[in-house]
Design a protein around this ligand. Structure first.
Ligand SMILES: Cc1cc2nc3c(=O)[nH]c(=O)nc-3n(C[C@H](O)[C@H](O)[C@H](O)COP(=O)(O)O)c2cc1C
Length: 272
């Protein structure tokens, strides 16, 4: 039998289980002093390359949000499992102006595009600048920020996902009991499942289009994974018609990709 439960403050980690990314966010206060604290209320906002952005939620009045409001910059550091104690140390309520990192094993290193430091021991790091802050009434502050740099340990960049997951060994937050006891698992504990093609997905021999496609555009379409071809046909045909063309040409196809912010590396695959 199912039971409806009361929606309380912090509903997301009351009875409801909401596994999340564990991060330590580093900021500078207006005097240039470092602050660090864990944050998990974090989600992608704009996923395209043109204007990549991330969204974070934080308690109003927290040192992190105050620093972000005052300086417009922060760094998201993802610590590995072995550094959970250090991450928890940065969660303690220290007075403003205290550098929580002094009580941890984390090593501060310069960031590339922003002033707050990055943490050496974190295998993946994101440097951000603020675009917009939305202060919800009697609730959190929501920060939408531009992603200025994504920095990873170099050896991770050539690994396949399975090896990268175990090598990084990132903690996954499983919520807390009474804001005191925090539960975690890790990315080493994973399974993999293959996504099967949609029942109506397009096979090479079975491409149905409404407009004519030139040879280059059709070849480019075939370079796209079958499950998303139907979607791409619609996008490309809508785009071509908007541009006043009843034919989808390779040039239009590439121009559409550029407008979506798809990068050169991906587009190169279509330039025949
Ligand atoms: C694993 C973990 C995740 C947390 N995530 C958030 C979060 O997403 N938003 C938030 O407001 N507080 C979060 N907290 C609580 C803050 O880290 C805590 O209030 C901290 O003292 C804030 O420090 P600051 O004032 O230096 O920013 C989290 C704590 C832990 C341990």
């Amino acid at each position: 039998m199912k039971k409806e439960i009361k929606i309380k403050p912090f509903w997301y980690s009351d009875l409801w289980v909401f596994p999340k990314l564990i991060t330590v966010i580093t900021t500078l206060d207006k005097h240039g002093k470092v602050n660090a604290a864990p944050y998990s209320h974090i989600m992608q906002w704009d996923v395209m390359q043109k204007n990549p952005r991330i969204m974070l939620g934080m308690r109003q009045g927290s040192h992190t949000l105050t620093n972000i409001q005052e300086t417009g910059e922060f760094v998201i550091n993802c610590p590995p499992m072995d550094y959970l104690d250090d991450m928890m140390e940065t969660a303690r309520f220290y007075p403003a102006g205290t550098n929580e990192l002094d009580n941890t094993r984390f090593t501060q290193i310069p960031s590339r595009k922003v002033k707050p430091p990055s943490l050496q021991e974190c295998p993946q790091i994101m440097e951000c600048t603020v675009e917009e802050i939305n202060l919800l009434e009697k609730s959190s502050g929501i920060v939408i920020a531009n992603i200025e740099a994504i920095v990873m340990d170099e050896e991770l960049t050539t690994m396949d996902r399975a090896e990268r997951l175990t090598t990084m060994n990132l903690p996954v937050g499983l919520g807390d009991h009474q804001r005191k006891f925090y539960y975690h698992t890790s990315t080493s504990d994973y399974t993999m499942h293959e996504l099967k093609d949609a029942p109506d997905s397009i096979q090479a021999a079975d491409v149905r289009t409404n407009l004519d496609w030139d040879e280059g555009a059709m070849k480019a379409l075939m370079g796209i994974p079958a499950p998303v071809r139907k979607l791409v046909i619609k996008e490309a045909e809508d785009y071509s018609e908007e541009q006043g063309s009843q034919i989808v040409t390779l040039d239009l196809f590439i121009a559409m990709g550029e407008e979506f912010g798809i990068d050169d590396e991906l587009l190169d695959r279509f330039r025949v």
